[in-house]
Design a protein around this ligand. Sequence first.
Ligand SMILES: [Zn+2]
Length: 334
Amino acid sequence: MPFRDIYGQEHAIDLLNEAIHRDRMPHAWLFTGQSNIGKFKTAVAVAQKLNCRKSGEDACGKCDFCLQIAAQSFPDYQVLIPDGKLIKIDQIRNSLNWLYLHPDQAKKRVMILDGAQYLGREAANAFLKTLEEPAPHTLLILIAESTQQLLETIVSRCHQIRFRPLSVEISERILRETTDLTDDRIQLLSAFGMGSVSGNLVASFELMQIVQNTAIRWLTTFSPKTLEEMLRTCEMWGKSKNEEWRLLLDFLETWFRDLTWLLHGLPEENLINRTANSEESRISALRNCGEYFNLQQIYEIFGRITELRRAIDLNANKSLAIESLCLHLYRTAA
Ligand SMILES: [Zn+2]
C-alpha cells in the first residue's frame, strides 16, 4: 500500500518523504499512536518506497518488489510480531542475524517490529545493541501505541513520529471504501471508533450493539437486580473469546465522555452517542444516567478504565477486572 492510499496521516508521511528525499533517513523510526490508524500500513509503504523498481514520488505498488513486500515474501524485508504474548529473545536473535547479512536484492533492508511494547526484557536488551550499532543498508521501524510502554534507552535511539487519531470524516471514508456497510452503520462505527478504524469492530457490529444496549440498561437502572445481572454478565464477557469486555470498555469511555459533555452543558450535536440509535434516544438515557454521577466521580471512572486496560494487558483476570469496575459503577451510583 503506497503512501497515496493512506488517509489522515499526511503529517507523518510528509516527515517520511522529506527524510527520504533529502537522504536523511535515520536507522530507526518509532511510530507511535493508538491502534488501527495506519501505522503499520505506513511502515509497509516506507519499505516499498525505498525499494520500488520505479522511481517516482511514491511507490508504484505494482512492481514485483512492491508486491513481494505487501505479501511479506520479499527476501530483504521482515515483519516481527509477538509470538504469543511477547516478542521473544529467539525471534530477535534470528532477525538480528538476518539483519547483518548483505541485502539480497534490496536497496534497503527493512525490518518492522509491530508491537514493540511486547519486547520481553531479554529481547529488548538484545535489540538495543542493534540500535546502538546499526547494520548498514538497514532500516528498522518500531511500532507501539506509546513511548511509555518502551524502555527509555530504546526510545532515545529512534526517531519518533506520532500518528494522529483519524477524524470521523476519514474513518467514514475508509469504511466506505473497504466495506459494504450501509451509511447508518458506517456513521455509527466511525463515531465509536474514537479515531481509529478497526477491522474487528466492523466484524463484531452486532455484538457491539448487544453490549452497548445491555450497558445502557445497567447505566440507567441501578437496582439490586441490575447488579446481579451485571456481575453475571461480566463473568461471561470476561471469559468469552469474542472479547465483549473490550467492547464494553470502549463503550463506557464514549458514554462517560458524553456524560461529561452534557454535565458541562455543551452542545448535543457533538455527542458520540447521538447517532447511535434511531429507535430510541440515547440522549434521554444519558440524561437519566447523569442523575447518578457527578464530574469528580466520572473522572475517577476514567482513571479506573485506564488502569483496568493496563492490568488486562499484564494478564489480569478479565472477568474479575470488569466485575470490579461494574461494582464500582454500581456503588458510586446507588
Ligand atoms: Zn514498485
